[in-house]
Design a protein around this ligand. Structure first.
Ligand code: HEC
Ligand code: HEC
Length: 293
């Protein structure tokens, strides 16, 4: 009966020219504007697709996460897989790197490249805070780009420095302590002033005029810095004749150094980084500049 009624009620709307459904409320008529067929099909396909997706992929939220999905897919697994690939590629080099001497590494372009890349990354993570991103240093933190070394610039010397650090409080660390000549009353302020003149003259290339300074230097300083002030790796004593300053080269800086001493500390890396990384770092630092044979 309702069918009949429907048929009976269908009419064409005057304003839009569209057929009505026959529903009418207080004079408002519902027009019969069905969705386009293609649109409906897309809609149905989307619904089917989403049901399929919920089943196959981990998409349905459940307490503590989501359903696993029949495909067993996770982004975490995808990441693991691509990492496994990288690790496998590295492992091929790492085996060779591990058993190679520094000499062999330096003469094998692929190993050398590998060491440098690893060293550069480890340097950014561990060393840049003190030595600067490019290894250029800062007052108190040596520049690693120049050919001026405190403790030596061969690969094995650098390796040693990295393993055990400087004044780092372990058995094998580099250690030497310049006395605080002023603070500890070993020299008078006047004597220190003469020595500052002497050190600054050494740097200018001619200290012969400062005879009194020369004597004081031989007595108090030469044991570490050498009779000519050129420094020594054995004591980590800087070369005082070059223009490179660890702590600054003004009159005040040098006075402060001699009066108070400095004693910079470089951490030991043996316990913090693995041997391969430390060796990669040694190669990296060596090639930054001034690496010695
Ligand atoms: C906490 C600050 C600090 C960090 C971090 C640090 N260093 Fe140093 N490093 C120093 C200081 C200070 C010295 C100088 C010590 C001295 O007076 O002899 C030094 C010295 C060195 C030397 C010796 C330079 C020479 O002329 O003989 C090398 C090489 C070096 N660092 C490499 C590294 C590498 C590589 C790393 C990262 C693994 C690193 N350092 C991390 C502070 C640091
Ligand atoms: C026991 C060894 C030792 C003796 C003795 C010694 N020094 Fe040093 N000196 C060092 C070391 C090691 C450093 C640098 C490292 C640090 O202290 O961080 C240094 C650093 C310096 C520096 C800073 C250089 C720079 O690049 O900033 C000056 C200047 C200096 N010494 C002058 C002297 C003078 C002058 C005397 C003698 C009165 C003297 N030293 C005696 C070991 C010594």
């Amino acid at each position: 009966m309702s069918d009949k009624k429907q048929e009976h009620d269908v009419e064409i709307d005057d304003v839009s020219g569209v057929e009505t459904t026959g529903h009418e409320w207080d004079g408002l008529k519902e027009l019969n504007n069905p969705l386009p067929r293609w649109w409906l099909w897309v809609f149905y396909v989307c619904i089917l697709w989403s049901v399929w997706y919920f089943v196959v992929y981990p998409a349905w939220p459940v307490p503590g996460g989501a359903t696993e999905g029949t495909a067993g897919y996770t982004q975490y697994k995808e990441l693991q897989e691509s990492q496994r690939e990288i690790v496998a590629r590295q492992a091929a080099y790492l085996d060779e790197f591990e058993s190679a001497s520094f000499d062999e590494i330096m003469n094998d372009p692929a190993l050398y490249e590998f060491a440098n890349a690893g060293g550069a990354a480890a340097f950014k993570d561990n060393c840049a805070t003190c030595h600067g991103t490019g290894g250029a240093g800062a007052p108190g933190y040596p520049n690693l780009n120049d050919d001026d070394w405190l403790w030596g610039g061969t690969l094995s010397e650098i390796h040693q420095t990295l393993l055990h650090g400087v004044r780092a409080g372990n058995e094998d660390t580099h250690i030497s302590q310049m006395p605080a000549f002023g603070k500890d009353g070993l020299l008078t302020t006047e004597q220190i002033e003469i020595l500052v003149e002497y050190v600054l003259a050494l740097q200018d290339g001619d200290a012969s005029a400062v005879t009194e300074g020369h004597e004081l230097f031989q007595q108090n300083c030469a044991s570490c810095h050498g009779p000519d002030g050129k420094g020594s790796y054995e004591f980590g004593a800087p070369d005082l004749t070059d223009a490179i300053w660890l702590y600054g080269g003004t009159y005040e800086d040098v006075f402060y150094t001699i009066y108070n001493a400095r004693a910079g500390v470089m951490p030991a890396w043996k316990a913090r980084l693995d041997e391969n990384t430390i060796r990669q770092l040694a190669v990296y630092v060596h090639q930054l500049g001034g690496g010695e044979e």
